[in-house]
Write a protein that binds this ligand. Structure first.
Ligand code: SF4
Length: 321
């Protein structure tokens, strides 16, 4: 048998699960322990089929809308956040609900609400149709938030006359693209209020910077993540912009398009914030079948962020001890 060609895989760090995703998955798992199966989950808890299927196997039932869940079973809201109407509806139906909205998304919700209360018209920089954007827009009455997706939007959008402006952003955007949109907004509206602290979260920031740091050395780069995962898609764009000739999103090992990768000596590998490490390992194993692989960890920063679970689950755990 011919010897396999050598391949160095540069493993970007940090990669994969963030504290918000860890917390959301743990909320569903603990809810299953506390209340027993089934526990209903509105929308994919995080954007990853593997995670969703693993939780389904433990007794979680995923639904699109609240009215698909029976009133006598607990329901969990996904990490992306929900419009205010959703918990209101759960309360009206007297359901037990657990909110797995990432605290960093909740922070943006609070900012938008504060701006609105103080009389500002709010601009939200984000991608139309993403659940986080739907959730953030749903914190305020209809018409109180305008979505800004591009620099062109920033240059042309209509804003209500005589109202001061403030902006907030989706947490999983490209740092560089957002900076360009913010610059366009500031050029047009110099008085616009900015977030006190960056809305793009630490996990998105760290994963993009780790990719940027190694993209120029790679013949190609793979991002393990789902096609509907915003932060994963941004990692592909970041790699391309940072000089990597070919970057692709793959859900798992079986998805690798070997022809598209082209001739390889060095591959960059990372994972979006909702992709489990087991899928990264699966991708590495697939490469080992074709190449003599040398792994090289490139850890740019260490993360030690943890978010607390909802009080009701902590209380239940204490009571059960
Ligand atoms: Fe929270 Fe950021 Fe993770 Fe989204 S990507 S769940 S905002 S930590």
């Amino acid at each position: 048998m011919a010897a396999k060609p050598p391949l160095t895989i540069l493993l970007a760090g940090p990669r994969g699960f963030c504290a918000g995703v860890d917390r959301a998955i743990e909320i569903v798992e603990r809810a299953l322990q506390v209340y027993g199966a089934p526990v209903y989950v509105r929308h994919e808890i995080v954007h990853n089929r593997f995670v969703v299927e693993s939780l389904e196997a433990k007794g979680a039932v995923f639904v699109k809308e609240l009215d698909e869940a029976p009133v006598d079973k607990p329901v969990v809201f996904s990490a992306h956040g929900v419009p205010k109407s959703v918990p209101a509806e759960a309360e009206r139906r007297r359901m037990i609900y657990l909110d797995a909205t990432c605290p960093l998304v909740s922070k943006v919700h609070h900012e938008a609400a504060r701006h609105h209360k103080e009389g500002f018209h709010v601009l939200l920089i984000g991608h139309e149709g993403h659940p986080e954007v739907i959730g953030t827009m749903g914190q305020l009455p209809e018409g109180a938030i305008t979505l800004v997706e591009t620099v062109a939007d920033a240059q042309t959008l209509d804003v209500p006359a005589g109202k001061p402006l403030a902006f907030v952003t989706q947490t999983t955007l490209s740092l560089d693209d957002t900076a360009e949109i913010v610059a366009a907004l500031r050029a047009r509206f110099p008085e616009i209020e900015a977030p006190r602290k960056e809305d793009i979260c630490y996990a998105t920031t760290n994963r993009q910077q780790a990719v940027k740091a190694l993209a120029g050395e790679c013949d190609a780069l793979l991002v393990v993540g789902a096609p509907n995962s915003s932060n994963s898609k941004r990692l592909v764009e970041v790699a391309e912009k940072a000089g990597c000739p070919r970057a692709f999103l793959v859900q798992r090992g079986a998805d690798i398009d070997w022809d598209a990768l082209g001739p390889l000596r060095t591959l960059g590998l990372t994972a979006g914030a909702s992709a489990p490490e087991v899928l990264v390992e699966e991708v590495i194993a697939a490469f080992r079948e074709h190449y003599e692989v040398t792994l090289e960890a490139r850890d740019l920063t260490q993360e030690d962020v943890h978010f607390k679970l909802p009080r009701v689950l902590l209380d239940a755990a204490e009571a059960g001890e």
